[in-house]
Design a protein around this ligand. Structure first.
Ligand SMILES: C[S@@+](CC[C@H](N)C(=O)[O-])C[C@H]1O[C@@H](n2cnc3c(N)ncnc32)[C@H](O)[C@@H]1O
Length: 355
């Protein structure tokens, strides 16, 4: 091996790949630390680096750099006050990154910090050294739905509620089912928009215990829970609206049939789901890998993220609904409704039972 001769290809690509990824990973852990320290809760008003380091009991130089980085990321802004550089949250940080804010995303974001541990253990997961089927869906979902509540109430929930409230069928409805409703915020919101509506949240027994707490929190007098498993149990009948959002049965023909049977003629089936149909980007591959890390009992996951055994693809699902006796009134692209895309592409189908 000669020290005087270079290999045929430069190492630039390899070194840059690792360097770029390392930089992003450092930012990831820096953000985690900022949230762990509740740093943004202290930056509602301008504070100097010294003041903040003192409050947090942290190293002055390191805090100074941390603030410079957060400033660079657009999460905080700076101003010189009495000759000292001071920092405070930008508006978006005040809304979403303070623990105590009404629209705090701190809990949903903590999902990333939990999940990254799986990637640290990837070799064990790949070699199946971990038993990732230990938990079942009844124990797995209560925590998930609390996170989803915090997340949806920031944007998706009000957008969806207001969209649906325009429908005459909604205005005239008396009985609504939120199937796999989890936290129940959709049902609670619907009951606020139509005072004559009785709303039922159907979900697994341990999840409805969480739903009840949200019902109490929002003092929702017209919202009730039904504990059950929608694959096995009766979901009730005589509904004017059946709403369902991101539930594992949302692309399943048997659940669609149950919904059809439980709806009144003229009633609406409103189904908001991810319909992942292509797998092409590195993000898709990563997400699908992650989806396969973990298989709670009671959930028949399929290979692609957000899909389950027996699911239909989007076109076949619409065809199936039409054959059952639904008229498809609208398909809404959720990312257009939200104004941005995150977590993948989802659609909301609004179908009317016509026969
Ligand atoms: C991803 S969460 C969606 C929660 C809520 N609908 C939302 O969009 O924010 C899926 C929900 O389906 C419920 N679920 C899953 N399997 C179920 C089953 N077999 N029977 C009843 N509910 C189920 C979960 O407990 C959870 O509340």
């Amino acid at each position: 091996m000669s020290l005087l001769k270079c290999p045929n290809e430069s190492p630039e690509k390899i070194l840059k790949l690792f360097d770029e990824i390392y930089s992003k990973t450092r930012i990831f852990y820096l953000l985690k630390t900022a949230l762990d320290l509740n740093l943004f809760d202290y930056l509602e008003d301008f504070k100097s680096v010294e003041e903040l380091a003192e409050i947090l009991k942290c190293d002055l130089i390191l805090i100074e750099y941390m603030l410079k980085i957060l400033n660079n990321l657009g999460l905080i802004e700076n101003k010189v006050i009495d000759g000292k550089v001071c920092y405070k949250n930008t508006d978006i940080t005040n809304i979403y990154l303070k623990k105590e804010s009404n629209y705090s995303l701190v809990n949903p974001i903590s999902y990333y910090f939990e999940n990254i541990k799986n990637w640290e253990n990837l070799i064990d997961i790949l070699k199946n050294k971990y038993n990732f089927s230990k938990t079942d869906s009844n124990n797995f979902f209560p925590e998930v739905v609390i996170r989803m509540a915090d997340e949806c109430k920031c944007w998706e929930l009000p957008k969806v509620l207001n969209y649906i409230s325009k429908y005459e069928e909604f205005k005239n409805a008396k009985k609504l089912l939120d199937l796999g409703g989890g936290h129940g915020l959709y049902a609670i919101g619907f009951s606020m928009l139509n005072k004559n509506l009785k709303c039922y949240v159907f979900d697994l027994p341990k999840v409805v215990e969480v739903t009840k707490k949200f019902i109490e929190k929002y003092n929702a007098k017209n919202v009730f829970t039904i504990a059950g498993d929608f694959y096995k149990d009766d979901i009730g009948k005589d509904y004017d609206i059946i709403f369902t959002s991101y539930n594992p049965g949302g692309k399943n023909p048997h659940i669609a049939k149950k919904v059809y049977n439980a709806l009144n003629i003229g009633g609406l089936f409103i189904n908001k789901q991810f319909f992942p149909e292509e797998e092409e980007s590195i993000e898709d591959y990563l997400n699908n890998m992650e989806w396969n890390f973990f298989k709670p009992a009671g959930l028949e996951k399929d290979r692609i993220r957000f899909t389950f055994k027996g699911d239909l693809n989007f076109d076949d699902y619409l065809e199936y609904l039409k054959n059952l006796g639904f008229k498809i009134l609208e398909v809404i692209n959720i990312q257009e409704l939200l104004g941005f895309e995150c977590f993948g592409k989802s659609k909301m189908i609004i179908a009317k039972k016509v026969k």
